[in-house]
Design a protein around this ligand. Structure first.
Ligand code: SF4
Ligand code: SF4
Ligand code: SF4
Length: 268
């Protein structure tokens, strides 16, 4: 009988080194981590590829000898800055997992309001120390970003697999519309709904339009996104500039474009 501990692990028949991976959450809903656990059809093969040493949603305890750290959530408290720096010091590769980690995500909506007002309205008699929500890259070097709110579990598995086998990570550089049309969807504009698909980075397989819901841009801008044309389409279809801005700023990925729009148009 061969000693099974000496048998190399493999993925789809290819022997691979199994990197030690840890998952962390800062200010977040933990929905991105949940997505990974939800991927029952390929979860076991995925776990064969990596060695998970820390994953609060899936196991108790956890080690600190990881090589790859997948960090979910935005930074909103001073203790999170310290925690993030410790993770960075340990990890060979730090991955921002989801829109909160990449852009600030839905958490950054609070940055539009005075912080004292946010503390009073949200926490009332039980104030906590909280600061404007910011992405990981504002504090530490981020090696890789995995976009989406939540992330698309199939995309995470593809990216981690590529990392492990040493393949170049390639993101789609086209917008969500490409995936939407490939799926044969009726365009939501024809149904009178706004949609940010023309300017948003693909990779979600047009998740929202597939269910007849317009895109809110959770994955941030596509390469060479033509925002001027997006605005022209919205104008032509009768959607106000504030409707467009509300969508663009929902997840934080279009922050620079929104700032330019406000500067140009005097919007609030
Ligand atoms: S990106 Fe979305 S799903 Fe992921 S942690 Fe943030 S709010 Fe939750
Ligand atoms: S529904 Fe949205 S993503 Fe689909 S084709 Fe129309 S604008 Fe593009
Ligand atoms: S369609 Fe837009 S909002 Fe929906 S998951 Fe894809 S990028 Fe995010």
């Amino acid at each position: 009988m061969p000693d099974s501990s000496l048998t190399p692990k493999n993925y789809l028949g290819v022997p691979v080194e199994r990197p030690k991976v840890a998952f962390f959450e800062l200010s977040s809903c933990e929905g991105c981590q949940l997505q990974i656990l939800n991927n029952e059809s390929s979860l076991l093969a995925f776990l064969d590829l990596i060695e998970i040493v820390r994953f609060r949603e899936a196991m108790s305890g956890g080690g600190d000898d990881y090589e790859i750290a997948l960090v979910e959530g935005s930074v909103t408290r001073p203790d999170e800055v310290e925690r993030l720096k410790l993770i960075r010091a340990q990890a060979r590769l730090l991955v921002a997992l989801g829109s909160c980690a990449c852009f600030g995500g839905v958490n950054q909506l609070k940055n539009r309001f005075p912080l004292d007002w946010v503390k009073r309205e949200v926490y009332g008699e039980h104030p906590i120390e909280t600061a404007p929500a910011r992405p990981l890259a504002d504090f530490v070097a981020v090696d890789l970003k995995i976009y989406g709110c939540p992330i698309k579990k199939e995309e995470v598995e593809r990216i981690v697999t590529d990392l492990v086998i040493g393949k170049e990570i390639v993101y789609p550089d086209y917008p969500v519309c490409m995936e939407c049309k490939a799926n044969g969807n009726l365009c939501l504009f024809e149904l009178g709904e706004p949609c940010l698909g023309p300017v948003t980075r693909a990779g979600c397989d047009a998740w929202c339009p597939n269910s007849r819901a317009g895109c809110w841009g959770c994955r941030g801008p596509a390469t060479e996104a033509n925002l001027a044309q997006m605005l022209a389409i919205m104008d032509e279809r009768g959607f106000s500039r504030e409707t467009v801005i509300d969508r663009l700023e929902c997840f934080g990925g279009f922050a620079s474009q929104v700032a330019a729009l406000r500067a140009a148009g005097g919007h609030r």
